[in-house]
Design a protein around this ligand. Structure first.
Ligand code: NAI
Ligand code: MG
Length: 359
């Protein structure tokens, strides 16, 4: 038996508990099939934590996360808390947890399952074979730079500053190269080096780091061109690494290649193997409590956890294979059913994936 991995489980609000429950079953099944041992500890976070503890991120939740090897998160938020003051909003907890856990990179894979090609707004032949990963820097750049307003002779002026130091660029670049090494060994570094000084430092640093990864084929793509190429030739990308704001925009664009938000997984990482894994979607209050949510995004987030934080690549592959197999067989939740087949409930979809997991 492998050593026991501790996982902090934060179900959150809305559909969070529904989708997380299915992902937890998948974890236990993977443990049985592959001989891994997982210990889960549940914690309150987001809206439910505001209701029960008076704060979105209780100190004990942070403690549970810190003593775990990885965190599995559902989603937080909902109309009930929308008009709260900033300290009593679920989203404040989300920013807080990322900062407290030092999670400086956000990974979003966008995989187009063959049988779901028609769920996207793009032509199936363009999407064929698309399997890419956006690595977005998460704690630097213009979102975190100094911001202020001042009076000028032309009226009020607003200023946002974009700053990156070489340490910040180097750590995200290394992470992206490491990921590329485990995939198809292609990395696209996205910047605006023809205009921005931060982008020039970004590019110099990426080039320097690339010397340690001779096997990885590196291309530099200007961000405006990248936005275009993602729609023109998505399947030619493997790993894309970029700064915070460019990554925010490009990761949403890449996500839409796949059709449904209910399919998209993500990982947020810091130094080392620790990570927080969550679906890209939110708490979907419109369908919460009805058993309609697609659990695949959360189940695929669990696969990322196994692969990235624990090094259990085979088990991660088994989960991804199981998802593909169930989809290939024509099973759909309502978000991907397109009205053509009878939609399964969250639990039914979870159950089918569970059954399809094997060595
Ligand atoms: P959302 O992602 O929750 O929902 C958008 C649409 O997609 C809705 O129609 C929803 O029913 C559908 N949808 C989402 N996930 C689905 C799934 N797994 N299966 C089937 N359909 C699904 O985004 P929205 O409506 O903008 O936000 C709702 C709440 O979630 C807000 O309070 C927002 O702040 C929060 N949120 C939280 C996030 C997080 O915890 N990381 C991320 C995004 C939003
Ligand atoms: Mg965004």
């Amino acid at each position: 038996m492998a050593e026991t991995k501790k996982i902090a489980v934060i179900a959150g609000d809305g559909i969070g508990p529904e989708v997380v429950a299915e992902a937890e079953k998948v974890l236990q099944k993977v443990g049985e099939v592959f001989g891994y041992s997982f210990e889960t500890e549940h914690a309150l976070f987001g809206g439910i934590a505001i209701d029960e503890k008076g704060t979105p991120l209780p100190a004990e939740t942070l403690e549970v996360c810190k003593r775990a090897d990885a965190v599995l998160l559902g989603a937080v938020g909902g109309p009930k808390w929308d008009n709260n003051s900033k300290e009593l909003r679920p989203e404040t907890g989300l920013l807080g947890i990322r900062k407290e856990l030092g999670l400086f990179s956000n990974l979003r894979p966008a995989v187009v399952f063959d049988c779901l090609k028609d769920a996207s707004t793009l032509k199936p032949e363009v999407l064929e074979g698309t399997d890419l990963m956006v690595v977005r820097e998460l704690t630097g750049g213009i979102y975190f730079g100094e911001k202020f307003r001042r009076e000028t002779e032309y009226g009020e002026e607003a200023v946002d500053t974009c700053a990156y130091n070489v340490t910040e660029v180097e750590r995200i670049a290394r992470q992206a190269f490491d990921i590329a090494m485990k995939r198809r060994k292609k990395l696209a570094s996205v910047d605006k080096a023809n205009v921005l000084e931060t982008s020039r430092l970004w590019r110099e640093t990426v080039i320097r780091v690339s010397a340690d990864y001779p096997e990885v084929e590196l291309e530099h793509v200007l961000v405006d061109n990248c936005a275009m190429q993602l729609l023109r030739r998505p399947s030619s990308f493997d790993v894309i690494v970029t700064e915070n704001m460019f990554g925010d925009i490009l990761s949403d664009e890449a996500a839409m290649l796949t059709g449904s938000i209910g399919m998209l997984a993500s990982a947020s990482l810091g130094e080392g193997s620790y990570g927080l894994y969550e679906p890209v979607h939110g708490s979907a209050p419109d369908i919460a409590g009805q058993g309609l949510a697609n659990p695949i995004a959360t189940i695929l987030s669990t696969a990322l956890m196994l692969r990235i934080s624990f090094g259990y690549g085979e088990a991660a592959d088994a989960i991804e294979r199981a998802v593909a197999e169930v989809l290939d067989a024509g099973h759909r939740t309502s978000d991907i059913a397109a009205g053509r087949v009878e939609a399964l409930s969250t639990k039914q979809m979870g159950e089918l994936i569970l059954k399809a997991i094997r060595k």
